[in-house]
Design a binder for this molecule. Structure first.
Ligand code: GTP
Length: 387
């Protein structure tokens, strides 16, 4: 039924403040040492600048391959044959935006969790197929606000920046958790969909994706929702998909590829994100924190990159800090005998090693906010992003 609908519709090792590391430097030739030194400088500086694009895990693999003198075969398409399309993914918190992005790109780029507001900034995921490159921008969750509701300045600026990114896209995917909307219809979500259908740029296509259809047992339950949302003005197409399991995504992908225009690619073939390796490392750790720390606590944490270094044996030493406002929150995060933070660190370490294709020494340092560590606790606040 989904198939028919989609084709038919045309419209670490940290223990509190103690740091533990198992670095294992090995002797290396002077030339090799110099190369590693250069790579560390390049990695750190390009990530810090932000305007110079690096490509996270792919970048690290390329750097490590360079040390070993292995070159990656990335193939090429001549400039005048290259096509591309920019696609924004937008919707309410927990609609499944990051899961869809990861499925489309074919690898995990954006953090996914059951908690709302997992995505804190726009994240680029790149899919390159034959001569076409699709640039997907995952955005933080949006929600309509009640009349007269005040919006904090940091939330406002994140919403503005999400709008700015999606404003440059040829296609905007508006994602709805269809399962939730059937179980517990939320007028604010409907209003959000209406609002997002209002086009500012007539050239931009907006499409509606009813997501999480795998959770709906009786597929006919989808029909009223598809009719209700499908009749909203502003949308070029409606798709029914499961961004997590992939059903219906093939048709969505075909639609997106058709929208590509002749334009040189923005990323090399093989690159899946412009996130720096440092940002990837933060994203991975943050996801494991969200998976393991419950209730409101994650929203009061401040998560900081401290250092990054490729060692002589090609392993990577990554140090991050998690700053908590109170001693009791620190106790929860660290867990009994450091058990919880160790569990988070080990899971994140394993994932980072797999993604970077290298041994990783992750050091997570948990600190209580002091005068030298003052931060806005609101940075990761649980508030939704209000339109
Ligand atoms: N069953 C099912 N679950 C899904 C699907 N897509 C996402 N999820 C789950 O929904 C939850 C939220 O998914 P995310 O991809 O993090 O959602 P998001 O919209 O990026 O969330 P925010 O960053 O909070 O805005 C996770 O537990 C996912 O596993 C889907 O198609 N089917």
């Amino acid at each position: 039924m989904i198939e028919e609908f989609n084709t038919a519709t045309t419209s670490s090792s940290a223990q509190g403040d103690e740091k533990v590391s198992d670095e294992d430097d090995q002797p290396a030739s002077l030339e090799r040492e110099k190369m590693i030194e250069d790579l560390n400088t390049a990695t750190t500086s390009s990530s810090a600048q932000g305007d110079e694009k690096v490509s996270g895990a792919t970048q690290v693999k390329a750097l490590l391959a360079a040390i070993d003198d292995r070159s990656a075969d990335i193939g090429s398409v001549s400039l005048d044959e290259q096509m591309s399309v920019r696609v924004g993914i937008i919707g309410a918190p927990n609609a499944g935006k990051s899961s869809l992005l990861n499925f489309l790109v074919g690898t995990k780029v954006s953090a996914v969790s059951r908690k709302t507001n997992t995505t804190r900034n726009e994240i680029l995921g790149v899919l390159t197929e034959n001569d076409t490159q699709v640039l997907f921008y995952d955005t933080p969750g949006l929600m309509m606000r009640w009349k007269g509701q005040a919006v904090r300045r940091d939330v406002k600026s994140r919403v503005q920046s999400a709008w700015m990114v999606t404003g440059h896209c040829e296609v905007l995917i508006v994602l709805v958790d269809a399962h939730r909307q059937i179980e517990r219809p939320d007028q604010r979500v409907r209003k959000l969909i209406e609002k997002l259908g209002e086009k500012k740029d007539p050239k931009q296509k907006r499409i509606l994706c009813l997501n999480k259809v795998d959770l709906i047992r009786q597929k006919r339950e989808l029909v009223p929702l598809a009719q209700e949302f499908g009749s909203l003005p502003g949308y070029d197409r409606v798709f029914m998909i499961s961004g997590l399991r992939g059903s219906g995504v093939r048709h969505l992908k075909e639609y997106l590829l058709e929208k590509a225009v002749p334009r040189p690619w923005e990323e090399e073939k093989g690159v899946v994100t412009d996130m720096s390796p440092i940002a990837v490392a933060k994203e991975v750790v943050w996801e494991h924190v969200l998976d393991n720390v419950h209730q409101e606590i994650p929203y009061h944490l401040h998560h900081k990159h401290v250092s990054w270094k490729i060692l002589k044996d090609r392993s990577i030493r990554i140090e991050q800090q998690i700053i908590v406002p109170t001693d009791s929150q620190k106790k929860i995060l660290v867990g009994k005998n450091g058990g919880l933070i160790r569990k988070i660190g080990m899971a994140a370490n394993e994932e980072l090693s797999a993604r970077f294709g290298a041994k990783v020494h992750l050091i997570l340092d948990v600190k209580i906010a002091g005068s030298d560590n003052m931060y806005a606790a609101s940075e990761n606040a649980a508030d939704e992003m209000w339109l």
